[in-house]
Design a protein around this ligand. Sequence first.
Ligand code: HPA
Ligand code: ZN
Length: 324
Amino acid sequence: MDHAQLAALPKAELHLHIEGTLEPELAFTLARRNGITLPFASIEDLRSRYDYRNLQSFLDLYYALTDVLRTAEDFRDLTAAYLARAARDGVRHAEIFFDPQAHRRRGVPLAAVLEGLQAAVSASRDVSVYLIPCFLRDLGPDAAMETLGELLPFAGSFAAVGLDSAEVGYPPELFVDVFARARAEGLPAVAHAGEEGPPEYIRQALDLLRVRRVDHGVRCLDDPELVARLADEQIPLTVCPLSNVRLAVVPDLAAHPLPRMLDAGLAVTLNSDDPAYFGGYVGEVYARTAETFGLSAAEVHRLAETSVRASFLPPAARQRLLGA
Ligand code: HPA
Ligand code: ZN
């Protein structure tokens, strides 16, 4: 399939951190607008740092650059830029993560973040959007519970809650009470698990946090019993192959286990994670994955269809997209 055919496929993006769509050009523009001096000499200097050893070395840069996001207008411009780009890639629905704690700790109130995100969402004609606030697991369960308390007055604005940031050493079991409270308030769960962390973290996300999807989940392959369960229950996995390459989860794209995951009957979706940092928006993810693995048109259709089915859209809206 060529780029135009891939872009014509209606798809949902289910694993996208809005802060991870901050392109270097926009970062410098916002820094100027907010009177901030970035610790990078130029856009080229900044780009030269986009070479990560692992998840943590990426997160260090990601959180540093996030500092340019200060006002509702900044969040609006960031989100509008992503949605325009996503629309060109055939994204018809996006479930967008954001990190309330990463902003609050810099003195940016949740209300400003939400005002900006929602302004862009309301103006979006081609892409429907659900928002998913994520807890930063390395800040621990008490901070997550406090953040949940701040989120709940806006609960109607969210499709779910999520869990992200540094994985190893912060197992899902730490957050069982936080996710139980979210569930009691009507918020379903998703969680990053099995990106760098072991299969046990995926089991905990399923059994203790009761997640409806697993973000990444690629390390399930270390545990055949878990693979069988994920396939049997058709738990969606939001796989991000370009992210896995850039964060050294796999040595290169050809070594990515996507074909094995498809062969195992897993409910795989393709996503971009942090496209400004990992070298490609979701259209590029589909194109490079299809090319690298020689996926058939039927296989690519299936991936796009799974993304729509794995969304939190109500069944009638999913059906509309699939019939489109
Ligand atoms: N993993 C964990 N946390 C994140 C990621 C990721 O890939 N991207 C942004 N926050
Ligand atoms: Zn992610």
